[in-house]
Design a protein around this ligand. Structure first.
Ligand code: PMP
Length: 398
């Protein structure tokens, strides 16, 4: 039965991690893997998470099943975090929410839901988009189409080209996948006017917005990062949103996220919820509880919520500072190329905009690791390696 199977080539990012581990260069730098790192290069357990876990150890009385939707308290809290209290209250009767195993679980369940209620729908994704969107959404059998997005020249968004393609080719009932903030892999985000235009477009054309919100709080701030999404959700009849607590709570391995489905009318919500929970039941039955219990413990406790926000602010500010320092460091080395776009972009990622050969050269000559597309994780930089990385990049660009 298994004999015909051939091992697939290793995922490029896992291969890169392996090579990095085996590299004995004392100054090696990992800018590849997509997790937040602190000044010491660690992906820390946030203090608020640590304290919440201690509270749970003392107070948890059962490990019984939690059901396909997960924890109702977590679902309420995460909805308020994403949409803000006012909008979450306003839309409450129109929202079906499920706690999911990470943002990936939310994306896949969104795709399964779409496939069951609108089998002919296509999903429009940005060019480029997070590589995992393709197997997560396409794997459910949804055809994917791309719209132009990242502008290599300016480091911004090709908004006119994006809208032209969507207006020309997207059909009513198709979905447009939008990164809520901190676009992965480009760091180029939509501004508020552009969110408004997309909202108008969805209303005019009957295209359904589908938001992936994996980095709330790591761009401009918890509320600031959600303004576009909130504008959209306030206006459109139907929408989907996948969110993740992996980055902003540092809960990666606890697989904590949520899927929100907005129905046009409150009377529709029970049927929408029932379809979603049925899909969940037939895939993984129900989500793991621990990460969501940690998040709700933090958000329900004002002291812990404050501690969490201050830790998240520090992470965001660190990334913003590294963005400035990288651009300035390259400028100071007389690099004949404008890298100021790195300062304008948001979140953990940016493309350096160098060729795959130059990416290879950085790895071979300097043991500086990044994926072939030249996407870097800014959080992999620190005071210990910034000069070294700037020297390396400047040297391969001469
Ligand atoms: N969407 C995007 C764009 C991401 O970058 C990620 C994490 N890398 C996710 C969703 C989901 O992550 P997780 O399943 O770990 O919550």
């Amino acid at each position: 039965m298994f004999e015909h199977l051939k091992a697939k080539p290793a995922d490029p990012i896992l291969r890169l991690m392996q090579e990095f581990r085996e590299d004995s260069h004392p100054q090696k730098v990992d800018l590849g893997v997509g997790v937040y790192k602190d000044e010491q290069g660690h992906t820390p357990l946030m203090q608020a998470v640590d304290r919440a876990q201690r509270i749970l150890v003392e107070s948890e009385l059962t490990k019984s099943y939690i059901g396909p939707p997960g924890s109702p308290l977590f679902n309420d809290q995460i909805t308020q975090l994403v949409l803000g209290n006012g909008l979450a209250t306003k839309l409450k009767e129109r929202l079906a929410v499920a706690q999911t195993p990470g943002g990936c679980g939310a994306l896949r369940m969104a795709a399964e839901f779409i496939k069951s209620c609108q089998p002919t729908a296509r999903v429009w994704v940005s060019d480029p988009t997070w590589a995992n969107h393709v197997p997560l959404l396409g794997g459910a059998g949804l055809p994917l189409e791309t719209y132009p997005y990242y502008d290599q020249q300016t480091g911004g968004v090709r908004f006119d080209a994006m809208m032209e393609t969507l207006k020309k080719s997207a059909r009513a009932g198709d979905l447009v996948l939008l990164h809520g903030c901190c676009h992965n892999p480009s760091g180029a985000d939509l501004n508020s006017k552009q969110w408004q235009e997309i909202t108008e477009f969805c209303l005019d054309k009957g295209v359904v917005p589908f938001v992936d919100m994996a980095y709330q709080g790591l761009g401009q701030g918890l509320n600031e990062d959600a303004l576009g999404v909130r504008y959209l959700f306030n206006a459109v009849p139907e929408a989907l949103l996948a969110t993740s607590c992996s980055k902003n709570f540092g809960l990666y391995r606890e697989r904590t996220g949520a899927l929100m489905l907005l129905s046009a009318k409150a009377e529709q919500t029970p049927a929408t919820a029932s379809e979603l929970f049925t899909r969940i039941r037939s895939h993984y039955s129900m989500p793991p509880a621990h990460g969501a219990s940690v998040v709700e413990t933090i958000l329900m406790n004002s002291q812990l919520a404050e501690l969490w926000q201050s830790e998240l602010n520090a992470m965001r500010k660190r990334i913003q500072t590294l963005r400035l320092q990288l651009n300035q460091g390259l400028k100071a080395r007389g690099v004949d190329r404008d890298f100021s776009f790195i300062e304008r972009q948001q979140g953990m990622f940016s493309f350096l905009g160098i060729s795959p050969e130059q990416v290879n050269q950085l790895r071979k000559d300097f043991s500086i690791y990044m994926v072939e597309s030249s996407r870097i994780n800014l959080a992999g930089l620190s005071a210990h390696n910034l000069d070294y990385v700037c020297d390396g990049i400047a040297s391969i660009l001469k």
